[in-house]
Design a protein around this ligand. Structure first.
Ligand SMILES: Cc1ncc(COP(=O)(O)O)c(C=O)c1O
Length: 349
């Protein structure tokens, strides 16, 4: 028997001893729903026109996020994708300039090539190692600064991702980021961090966000992932960077009016849910250990540092990862099919 709940099939499964009547949605930490307290904050939010720069709740959120990240200023944007796009475009302000980024990075794999199609920015990919890093020497070899060679685009920017989602939510360490920052400085480049899950990295490493991103010129931080806000991201950086970002956000159609309504939910999410990320990480580890005990299923438990678990099913044409996903779907466990497939743990699980 099936019933429909939130667009997903709710499955009733009867085993010899018990009847399970629920879905478990492990597709992503983006599927969280606003809590009662977020909805109540939204209802009473003070608002004004944010395009004109006067929404008090947006200003409060931006100030708080700038403080958390240890940067001069911040701006709310509708999505992490727009946060990354704006950041890359501000740093690579001449068409045809180049950004060095991971071949498995979200910006490169999942953001529709927006930096190239909309910004004329050339992506130079460097291999992401299993731990989410790119080799320091590999980055340095990829740098192309002006040497009078008219064949090459000029490198302007390096992008890191922390946590690195496609590498299983791995955390980039402060020492590593500082080294990349030094390299960027040495070559006159900027450093941007896609910090969609920087709060997860901060909790897992036990290091404040501001220290992790100290070497970065800009960071895009998602509010609608682990901490569970319904909408939005924030970009942080210097005042002059954010002023340019504000201009570009308007160009891209991301200037919104009474956004205090959604910023109020984000503020509540920040205050209420940040401390809960540690619980997500513990659950992910626990689940990974359990999965690893299942025959034919392999999880690198040590690599589960935050809320993402990558599950490997050995190559077998008779039972592929896709078949496994279908079987899980059948019993009400929703995952996104990939060659390896992943479980993502979040607030409501
Ligand atoms: C690492 C990373 N960066 C950026 C994004 C983009 O965020 P959004 O979906 O809000 O555009 C995501 C989304 O899942 C992500 O995982």
């Amino acid at each position: 028997m099936c019933s429909v709940k939130s667009g997903l099939k709710m499955v009733t499964t009867t085993t010899a001893t018990t009847t399970i009547n629920k879905t478990v949605d492990l597709r992503s930490d983006t599927v969280t729903k606003p809590t009662e307290s977020m909805r109540s904050e939204m209802a009473k939010a003070e608002v004004d026109d944010d395009v004109l720069g006067h929404d008090p709740t947006a200003l409060r959120l931006e100030q708080e996020m700038a403080e958390i990240a240890g940067k001069e200023a911040a701006i709310f944007v509708p999505s992490g994708t727009m946060g990354n796009l704006i950041s890359v475009l501000v740093h690579c302000d001449e068409r045809g300039s180049e950004v060095i980024l991971g071949d498995n990075s979200h910006i490169h794999v999942y953001e529709n090539g927006g930096i190239a199609t909309l910004g004329g920015v050339h992506p130079r990919t460097v291999k992401n190692e299993e731990d989410g890093t790119m080799g320091i020497s590999a980055i340095e070899e990829a740098v192309r600064t002006p040497k009078g060679d008219l064949h090459h685009p000029v490198t302007k920017l390096i992008c890191l991702e922390n946590t690195q989602a496609n590498c299983g939510g791995r955390c980039l360490r402060v020492e590593y980021i500082d080294k990349v920052g030094e390299l960027a400085k040495k070559h006159g480049l900027k450093l941007h961090i896609d910090g969609a899950r920087i709060f997860n990295a901060s909790i897992a490493l036990g290091v404040p966000v501001k220290r992790i991103v100290q070497a970065a010129d800009s960071v895009s931080i998602c509010l609608s992932k682990g901490i569970g806000a319904p909408v939005g991201s924030v970009i942080v950086g210097t005042k002059s960077f954010i002023a340019k970002a504000r201009w570009l956000r308007k160009t891209l159609g991301g200037g919104m009016r009474q956004i205090g309504v959604i910023c109020a939910a984000a503020l509540m999410a920040l205050h209420e849910n940040l401390p809960k990320l540690e619980g997500d990480h513990k659950k992910a580890k626990f689940l990974a250990e359990g999965l690893n005990r299942i025959d034919r299923v392999r999880v690198d438990v040590a690599a589960v540092e935050t809320n993402i678990i990558y599950i490997d099913i050995p190559e077998d044409p008779k039972f592929t990862a896709e078949d496994a996903c279908k079987s899980l779907e059948h019993v009400g466990v929703h995952v996104i099919p990939q060659s390896k497939f992943r479980y993502v743990i979040y607030l409501h699980l």
